[in-house]
Design a protein. Structure first.
Length: 219
């Protein structure tokens, strides 16, 4: 009797039956989504798990401290609308922007643009892009009033662009209508030599607390 010594294809070898499924899973994990984040990324799932645990602990502590609080008196993402996703380190970015504004102004005057940056984030939906159709209203939100309010708003946008925090393109309502917001952590790393050590170290410490230290080059 003749023995067949032909090697069967990989799909027929015992132990490799699921090779195709594993390959598909690997490709799914490494394929970036439209937002640039790998689909089903383990890191994303872990971060979501940590956030949920932190939310549960925070809620338990609040309920312990305020036993009879009426939830209708609170503003929470679960029950209300009108929110914007912002970095937890936004106050520190604003301080850094204010510190650097003088060097970014071609006239050498202090033009603290931190509040303008806050207004942009508060109007952001997603995709790091915002459209400002009413400059006077945005200027008022940033605390500028009077005849020069819009001029001041535009000056601060120019400062933010010079520093590298934003870019803008013209639209039907003006030259500063469409605004793109860059990753502020990356911008800070590019400006690190100009930032006071105390400000950068404070930002790094806060980033560690919220798990965003990798954005500042931590390994």
């Amino acid at each position: 009797m003749t023995t067949d010594t032909t090697t069967p294809p990989a799909s027929k070898i015992t132990g490799f039956e699921d090779l195709g499924d594993l390959t598909n899973l690997f490709n799914t994990l490494k394929t970036p989504s439209k937002t640039g984040t790998p689909v089903n990324s383990p890191n994303k799932k872990q971060a979501e798990t940590r956030r949920n645990k932190a939310k549960d602990k925070n809620l338990k502590l609040r309920n312990q401290l305020w036993l009879e609080i009426d939830a209708n008196k609170l503003w929470t993402t679960e029950t209300k609308v009108g929110y914007s996703n912002i970095p937890r380190t936004l106050p520190m970015f604003m301080n850094i922007i204010d510190d650097l504004s003088k060097s970014a102004n071609d006239k050498g005057k202090s033009v603290p643009a931190g509040k303008t940056y806050l207004v942009l984030w508060s109007r952001l939906f997603d995709h790091a892009f915002v459209t400002i159709t009413n400059e006077a209203a945005a200027a008022f939100e940033a605390g500028y009033s009077g005849e020069r309010s819009v001029t001041t708003w535009r000056q601060h946008l120019k400062v933010l662009k010079t520093l590298g925090f934003i870019d803008y393109k013209p639209g039907q309502n003006g030259d500063y209508e469409h605004i793109l917001i860059f990753n502020p952590y990356q911008v800070v790393m590019q400006l690190k030599d100009k930032i006071q050590d105390r400000s950068f170290n404070a930002l790094f410490q806060r980033a560690l607390e919220i798990g965003a230290d990798s954005e500042l080059g931590s390994t």
